[in-house]
Design a protein around this ligand. Structure first.
Ligand code: FE2
Length: 377
C-alpha cells in the first residue's frame, strides 16, 4: 500500500512549476565569520573553499565558504555598522539568512514564484568571471529569511563569481561524514503555521506531507504544532513549527523571543554512519541534548530489529524511530550560539521518510530541561 507521504509527493511532482535540484548552500549571518568558519571546520569537519571581502572588492562584509560533501555553508559578517548584515546580527544574533536552492533556471524560478505572490528579494542577476556565470534570484520567506535560487550549470569555479579560492595548508580537519541538508525547520509565530504552509503551496508548489498537532508534540508543560512541506522530488523539505498553548512557555516561544522574530530553528544534516559522525562531533566539543538512559531500556521493543549495536547508541545518546517504510537515527545538538535559537540535527535514514515522531516527547523534555536552566520555561 502506498504511504501518505508518497501520495503527497506524487501530487507535488505532477504540478511542479518550480523544479528544485536540492539545497545549494545555507548562509549564516554571524558576529564573527572568521571564528565561525573555524568552528564549522574544526568541530563539524567542513573544508575551506572560498572567500569574499575587501581583498575581492567587497567593502562592507566578509564571507567564508566551507564545504563537506554536498553541504555548503557560507558564514558572513558585517565590517561596518548601518548595513543590512549588521542590522540582522543586531536583531537576531547569529542565524540563518539564506536557504539557497539549486535550479535549472533562476530567472524562471523568480518569475514563477513572484507571479504567484512571492515577495521579491533579488531580481534575476547574472554574475560572471573567468569560470563562467551564475544566475541568482530570490524571494522572501518567514521572518527575515530568504530563498535564493541558484543557477550554476554554466559555472566551473569553486563557489561563485566574487569569491576567490581559500585554503589553509596547515589546517584541514578530517570530515565527520556529514553529507547534505536533509531538511530545514522554521519557527513562526502564533497562528502563523497555516499561512506559511499556504505560502509554500501557492508560491513554491510544495505539498504538506506530514502534520503534527499539539497532542503529537507535547510534554507535561509545553506544546507546538508542525507541518512538513516538501517539493515534488522530496529533495527540499521545510517543516514549519508554531507554538501551542501549554502550562509553560514552549520552546518555539523561547526561540521567537531570543531570535526577535521568526527564523530557522534547525538544519538537519544527513550522514550514512551516525555512530561515526556523532563520535567525531562529540570528540571535537559539540554538545548534544541528553535523553534519560531509560530511553534505551525498551528501545528494541518499540522500534524492532535494527542494524546498529545498541551500546554505542546509548553511549552517544542517539535516538531511533520507525515508520512504515523503515527507521531513522537522529540526535539534536544544543544551540550553536549563546542565544537559545539555532541548532543542528544529525540524521541517518534507513528507509524512513518521517521525522522521528516517536522521539518528540523525549527530545522536547530534554529541551525543556535546558530551557529551565536558562530560566526560560
Ligand atoms: Fe528535524
Amino acid at each position: 500500500m502506498q504511504t501518505a507521504i508518497a501520495t503527497a509527493l506524487q501530487q507535488a511532482a505532477a504540478t511542479d512549476f518550480l523544479p528544485l535540484q536540492g539545497t545549494d548552500y545555507v548562509e549564516f549571518y554571524v558576529g564573527n565569520a572568521k571564528q565561525a568558519a573555524h568552528f564549522y571546520m574544526s568541530a563539524f569537519g567542513f573544508q575551506a573553499l572560498a572567500y569574499a571581502g575587501p581583498e575581492t572588492g567587497i567593502r562592507d562584509k566578509v564571507s567564508y565558504v566551507v564545504r563537506q560533501h554536498k553541504l555548503t555553508f557560507v558564514l558572513t559578517t558585517p565590517l561596518r555598522a548601518n548595513n543590512p548584515v549588521a542590522d540582522h546580527v543586531y536583531r537576531h544574533g547569529d542565524g540563518v539568512k539564506v536557504l539557497a536552492l539549486r535550479v535549472e533556471n533562476a530567472a524562471d524560478a523568480w518569475h514563477q514564484t513572484t507571479s504567484r505572490g512571492g515577495k521579491s528579494y533579488l531580481e534575476p542577476v547574472t554574475l560572471t568571471d573567468t569560470n563562467g556565470e551564475v544566475v541568482l534570484s530570490g524571494i522572501h520567506t518567514y521572518g527575515e529569511t530568504v530563498h535564493l535560487f541558484v543557477e550554476r550549470k554554466n559555472y566551473k569555479g569553486s563557489f561563485m563569481p566574487g569569491f576567490r579560492p581559500w585554503s589553509n595548508p596547515y589546517f584541514a580537519p578530517a570530515d565527520t561524514g556529514l553529507l547534505y541538508v536533509d531538511h530545514c525547520v522554521g519557527n513562526v509565530g502564533w497562528n502563523q503555521m497555516n499561512p506559511w504552509v499556504k505560502f509554500y503551496e501557492d508560491v513554491m508548489g510544495f505539498k504538506n506531507i506530514l502534520t503534527f498537532d499539539d497532542h503529537d508534540i507535547s510534554t507535561e508543560y509545553s506544546a507546538l504544532m508542525s507541518k512538513v512541506m516538501s517539493n515534488g522530488n522530496g529533495y527540499v523539505k521545510f517543516p514549519i513549527n508554531e507554538p501551542a498553548e501549554g502550562k509553560k512557555k514552549s520552546q518555539v516561544e523561547e526561540y521567537l523571543e531570543f531570535y526577535n522574530g521568526e527564523g530557522v530553528q534547525h538544519v538537519a544534516l544527513a550522514t550514512n554512519d551516525i555512530v561515526h559522525t556523532v563520535t567525531e562531533l562529540r570528540n571535537r566539543g559539540i554538545e548534544f541534548l541528553q535523553v534519560p538512559k531509560t530511553y534505551y531500556d525498551d528501545l528494541l521493543e518499540r522500534v524492532g530489529q535494527i542494524d546498529e549495536d545498541i551500546v554505542p547508541l546509548r553511549e552517544l545518546g542517539i535516538l531511533v524511530d520507525r515508520d512504515e517504510e523503515g527507521y531513522l537515527l537522529q540526535l539534536f545538538t544544543k544551540p550553536v550560539q549563546d542565544r537559545p535559537t539555532l541548532f543542528f540535527e544529525i540524521i541517518q535514514r534507513k528507509g524512513a521518510k518521517s521525522f522521528g515522531k516517536g522521539n518528540f516527547k523525549a527530545l522536547f523534555e530534554a529541551i525543556e530541561r535546558e530551557q529551565e536552566q536558562r530560566g526560560n520555561l
